[in-house]
Design a protein around this ligand. Structure first.
Ligand code: BES
Ligand code: MN
Ligand code: ZN
Length: 503
């Protein structure tokens, strides 16, 4: 895929089959049928034939989100072959980064629908400035153009949909160019996460995730711990989850040393459970195939580390992904078993389906040796967060309110929004058990909070935030124009944004 930029003044000679132009809603009733400022700017810069056609079509333009009106140029005229006016849904001054991502998503979908592999977009510069506009447009377009067709042979398909491979973003200035460059990298890295998510359990095994992490390059130092080293590290909780499967577990450690030697790192930890059958506490069959997405947090961390390395962020950042299957082989951990975690704390495993916190607790403890400046973990951890927040908000909890506020702000900017839940002391006692230091489930009430409390037991004094992405990491694709059914790559953009905000 190629993403290039072009200046507004050269629009008239831009050789593209399709130029997308935003149409904003207007607060002013008299102006409501007019195109927004983006379109108003066009006629002068366009070839006469196209400008005339546009003037004639003006009354047809609609500003509601995604509404599209096409205007054709006469044959043989230099410049865009057609314009597609796309409704943004709001007045220009109310639009933000997420509106631009979605606009870019609609532009790519328009190209696909017209069997065009190339599309150009006139990018509006909103209140957030040209850099944010360029970044958001690139993210939206790159995310929208991604498709997962690795496992399709093409057999039986008469007309495969056209892939959009050539994106031109029209805007001016160095800030815009820098934004497009960064947004292309975050978009591509989030697409890496989506591809990992989409690969089924028999393809995206723990070994596969480790191989992909090792292949990223861009100066990332990658260390992979297999069963022997996990035993040496006494990671009894991770090993307990893995022992029900013939597939070997991995702990993937990725280091980006972009800061000074003595700078304490930011640490990102992601749950890389490549298939969650529930273990002996077996899940019901309906929808179980979605549990291939239970490595979404890990995919997000791998995607984020790829972006951080490619962007050359001037900060030390360590990404850690514990990866395992959760199956029910003859050696599988059983309800009632007590395991000793890396930290020394003992855990009674009441429900083998609460495995995410088990593989994470040893990883959080492992991370403490790096003395993190701050640590964020992300995981498809609880069904309860799906009930509580649905698909529009990541569950956010943690030990440090300032860090939580930073993460929340990063979520707003990146369009991967979070909502905080309380981690009050009162909830801790739900993990009490006479058998051991704590049990791995806290009952039905406040399931997301007790899961976070379990993790909190292992982070000691570290400034730590936890993202429960079970409701937001994948879906049917209807949430935004730039998404498709399957993995959403969440929270890659949020993590990259947060790390960059700390650089
Ligand atoms: N991977 C699941 C959580 C999940 C549920 C992710 C739905 C995506 C969609 C996790 O391992 C799990 O099974 N959690 C249990 C915990 C319970 C046994 C305390 C849950 O939420 O039901
Ligand atoms: Mn589970
Ligand atoms: Zn799980």
């Amino acid at each position: 895929m190629s993403v290039t930029t072009s200046s507004v003044s050269s629009l008239a000679s831009l050789d593209t089959p399709l130029l997308a132009v935003p149409v904003f809603a207007s607060n002013d009733a008299a102006a409501r049928s007019d195109a927004g400022p983006g379109a108003a700017l066009l006629p002068g810069a366009l070839p006469e034939a196209l400008a005339n056609a546009l003037r004639a079509a003006r009354g047809d333009l609609r500003a509601n989100t995604g509404a599209a009106t096409v205007v054709w140029a006469s044959e043989g005229v230099e410049g865009p072959q057609r314009l597609v006016f796309i409704g943004v849904g709001k007045p220009e001054k109310e639009c933000g980064a997420e509106d631009i991502r979605r606009l870019a998503g609609h532009a790519v979908r328009q190209a696909e629908g017209r069997r065009q592999s190339a599309v150009a977009l006139l990018v509006p510069t909103l209140g957030d400035g040209a850099e944010v506009a360029g970044q958001s447009a690139a993210e939206g377009a790159v995310l929208a153009a991604w498709r997962f067709r690795e496992l399709k042979t093409g057999a039986g398909e008469t007309e495969p949909p056209t892939a959009v491979t050539d994106i031109t973003l029209v805007g001016d200035g160095a800030d815009f160019e820098a934004g497009v460059a960064a947004g292309t990298i975050t978009g591509e890295s989030e697409n890496l996460a989506r591809s990992l998510q989409s690969r089924p359990g028999n393809v995206a095994t723990p070994t596969h995730l480790a191989d992909v992490a090792e292949g990223i390059g861009h100066g990332l130092e990658v260390d992979i711990l297999g069963p022997d080293r996990l035993k040496e590290e006494r990671m009894g909780a991770l090993l307990a989850v893995a022992q029900g499967s013939d597939e070997e577990p991995r702990l993937i450690v990725m280091k980006h040393m972009g800061g000074s030697d003595d700078e304490k790192p930011l640490v990102l930890v992601g749950k890389g459970l490549t298939f969650d059958a529930g273990g002996i506490s077996l899940k019901p069959p309906k929808g179980m195939e979605d549990m291939r997405f239970d490595m979404s947090g890990g995919a997000g961390v791998i995607g984020a580390m790829a972006a951080i390395a490619r962007l050359g962020v001037k900060r030390n950042v360590i990404g850690i992904v514990p990866s395992s299957e959760n199956l029910l082989g003859g050696r599988a951990v059983k309800p009632g078993d007590v395991v000793t975690t890396r930290s020394g704390k003992t855990v009674e495993i009441i429900n083998t389906d609460a495995e995410g916190r088990l593989i994470l607790c040893d990883s959080l403890d492992y991370a403490l040796q790096f003395e993190p400046d701050a640590m964020i973990d992300c995981a498809t951890l609880t069904g309860a967060v799906v009930i509580g927040l649905g698909s529009h908000a990541i569950g956010l909890l943690g030990t440090d309110q300032a860090l939580i506020d930073e993460v929340k702000a990063a979520g707003e900017r990146s369009g991967e929004r979070c909502w905080q839940l309380p981690l009050w002391e009162e909830y801790r006692k739900q993990l009490d058990t006479p058998q051991s230091d704590l049990q791995n489930v806290g009952g039905r009430p406040a399931g997301t909070i007790t899961a976070a409390w379990f993790l909190r037991e292992f982070v000691k004094e570290t400034k730590w935030a936890h993202l429960d992405v079970a409701g937001t990491a994948y879906g049917d694709g209807t949430k935004a124009s730039y998404l498709r059914k399957g993995g959403y790559g969440v929270p890659t953009r949020l993590l990259v944004d947060w790390v960059r905000s700390r650089a």
